[in-house]
Ligand binder design. Structure first.
Ligand SMILES: Nc1nc2c(ncn2[C@@H]2O[C@H](COP(=O)(O)OP(=O)(O)OP(=O)(O)O)[C@@H](O)[C@H]2O)c(=O)[nH]1
Ligand SMILES: [Mg+2]
Length: 245
């Protein structure tokens, strides 16, 4: 039985993907984990897909997904990719880790250790003591801390970093949450819903590294708009409608 599934969202990461997979393989083999890696490519126009096809023929632990954009999908679809990879995953524990080498490999072990002590969702946290946002640019740092602060004020979520998609969780919590964000808002949506449904949230410190290679998919205004829309919807759904009913 597979115990850990790594799910990696990818869009045009030909310069990063091989190194990331090598790092995961080294880490998970050293730990003697029974693991699989599910890279989820979304319409990359570089060599990401062909590289994935080649290496997955050589390594049976790789189980890639190649998404085709459906007609109603617009813009960034990282959220959909992460969910699709998660549904395909066979592990008891899932780790979402980014395809641009942003996440510190040594955090994988800390996440799994914490999940094994009974937590349901464990964040790689840049903002808790011991964590660091590294060289993340100040505007993004502001936005990401603001996203976490607002979730604390509006919903009472107590962890320090919910906007980082880097996290691990028990696969069996996913169906009940009915996550629906297409893009980057999947990160706060997952955290807020899991908290409100009573799951046990934990965090471990991690050090973030800004991408060195490849092109960013980050769009500031779209991100702010989608976060606000998400938070207001969840507030209505969980705080107002439930009180009326
Ligand atoms: N499957 C999929 N992955 C995506 C999509 N957009 C971005 N990604 C991946 O999601 C991860 C995060 O995207 P990034 O472009 O790094 O976004 P960011 O971290 O906000 O910005 P930078 O790191 O500064 O570039 C990376 O692994 C991307 O390859 C998408 O539409 N589909
Ligand atoms: Mg990134």
């Amino acid at each position: 039985m597979i115990s850990v599934s790594f799910v990696i969202p990818l869009h045009n990461e030909e310069k990063n993907i091989l190194l990331l997979i090598r790092r995961i393989v080294n880490f998970a083999s050293n730990k003697k984990w029974n693991y699989e890696i599910i890279p989820v490519d979304d319409r990359s126009t570089d060599n990401t897909a062909s590289l994935l096809k080649k290496i997955s023929r050589e390594n049976k632990r790789l189980n890639p997904v190649f998404r085709k954009k459906s007609s109603e999908e617009k813009g960034n679809t990282m959220g959909r990719a992460l969910l699709e990879g998660t549904l395909k995953a066979r592990g008891e524990f899932i780790i979402w880790t980014m395809g641009d080498l942003a996440d510190d490999t040594s955090t994988y072990g800390k996440i799994i250790d914490k999940l094994e002590t009974g937590f349901d969702l464990v964040f790689g946290s840049r903002y808790m003591p011991g964590g660091s946002r590294g060289n993340l640019d100040p505007l993004k740092a502001f936005l990401s801390s603001w996203g976490t602060l607002l979730a604390k004020v509006m919903f009472g979520v107590k962890v320090h970093d919910i906007t980082n998609a880097f996290r691990g969780f028990r696969k069996n919590i996913i169906p009940e949450l009915r996550l629906s964000s297409n893009g980057f808002s999947i990160s706060p949506e997952f955290a807020i819903k899991a908290y409100l449904q009573g799951y046990k949230l934990g965090e471990v410190p991690t050090v973030y590294t800004n991408r060195v290679e490849g092109v960013s998919s980050f769009k500031l205004l779209k991100m702010i708009r989608s976060y606000l829309k998400l938070y207001l919807n969840l507030f209505y759904q969980y705080k107002i409608r439930r009180q009326i009913n």
